[in-house]
Design a protein around this ligand. Structure first.
Ligand code: GLV
Ligand code: GLV
Length: 341
């Protein structure tokens, strides 16, 4: 029997399956992110941790959990909360939960935000609820049409590709930027590769779909915002620190940017109070992957990775595949086999 600690309860049926797996499963009793101290206290002696993007997992933390720890399975697509090299050094497997359901959910939320901006849905809803509606008027809440406009997709991974595909339904032109051009996607979807400068200059909407890395941290800053076409809109459903929020506020305040929609923030859960005060800004609380379908699948994948590693199998969504030959889970299995033979 292995010991498994889950840092927070999540929706769906996967946790029941984990509990029925014959292992010793503990789930944090708190309906909030767990503190590092609590995580060490509850996780000590565990073979597996099932973590959330609000948990910070590094070498120091896993050392405190103990040498028996074999896997950290992160209930998220992004894993910038995990110091993967430090886990790899210790033979600990890291896994995440990329899947079509999450990609679709994030792509759909990106479009919900983009349309909320262009059709001023949030402002109009607030005004209507306040009782301001006096019947049809020719000049209230005029928005912008999408047809023929240009969407700039920065990062054409699985999510960025789905966002780009959906733009074609609105008859938009799509420019994308990616380290290596994706000629298949260009043919399949009808999109065009562009260097970053041109993408910024020519896009009416820019949507971010890169992971948070040293390279992408702060990539949307005063300089890149300055290159954006006058009146452009920015949508961020990726990670907050990709955008320098102060520079964004300045670009919105000066009118250089027409609006921004953010699902993620530089220092979560804090939100720059200036953004909160702006009418041309739409804010959602990091819910882009928040559909029932996506969260169910994320839970199943996160649980699969835990159970697979604990039974000596390489999980499908392993992040540090190269570690497997030296993985604690794998080498222990070898030892068991040797003993049996
Ligand atoms: C959510 O932000 C995720 O990375 O799954
Ligand atoms: C809008 O409701 C219109 O009929 O023009």
């Amino acid at each position: 029997m292995s010991k498994i600690f889950v840092t927070r309860k999540f929706p769906g049926t996967a946790l029941d399956r984990l509990k029925e797996s014959g292992n010793g499963v503990t789930i944090s009793e708190f309906d909030r992110p767990i503190t590092q101290e609590e995580l060490i206290d509850k996780g000590k002696g565990c073979d597996a941790l099932l973590t959330l993007l609000t948990d910070k997992i590094d070498g120091e933390l896993v050392d405190a959990i103990g040498p028996q720890l074999k896997v950290v399975s992160n209930y998220a697509v992004g894993f910038d909360n995990i110091n993967v090299p430090e886990l790899s050094d210790r033979g600990i497997i890291a896994a995440n939960t990329p899947c079509e359901e999450v990609n679709e959910a994030v792509a759909e939320h990106t479009w919900a935000l983009l349309l909320a901006l262009t059709r001023r849905i949030v402002e109009a809803d607030e005004s209507t609820r306040r009782g301001s509606y006096r019947g049809w008027e020719p000049n209230i809440f005029l928005g912008k049409s999408l047809k023929g406009k240009t969407l700039g997709v920065i990062g054409l991974g699985r999510i960025g590709t789905m966002v780009a595909k959906r733009a074609k339904g609105f008859e938009m032109r799509v420019l994308y930027n990616k380290r290596t051009p994706d000629t298949d996607a260009e043919k399949d979807i009808g999109i065009e590769f562009s260097d970053l400068d041109r993408l910024l200059r020519e896009s009416d909407f820019v949507s971010l779909h890169v992971p948070l890395t040293d390279e992408t941290r702060g990539m949307v800053n005063a300089e890149s915002l300055g290159k954006l076409k006058q009146g452009c809109y920015l949508i961020n459903t990726a990670r907050g620190p990709i955008v320098d929020e102060h520079a964004l506020v300045d670009a919105l305040r000066s009118g250089h940017l027409s609006g921004a929609a953010l699902d993620v923030f530089e220092v979560e859960p804090n939100i720059n109070p200036e953004l909160i005060g702006m009418e041309n800004v739409v804010l959602t609380p990091h819910i882009a992957s928040g559909t029932h379908e996506a969260r169910e699948k994320m839970g199943q994948l996160a649980v699969d990775a835990v159970l697979q590693v604990l039974s000596g199998q390489v999980p499908e969504n392993i992040i540090n595949k190269e570690v497997w030959p030296q993985a604690r889970a794998n080498t222990e299995k070898e030892l068991v086999r040797y003993k049996v033979a």
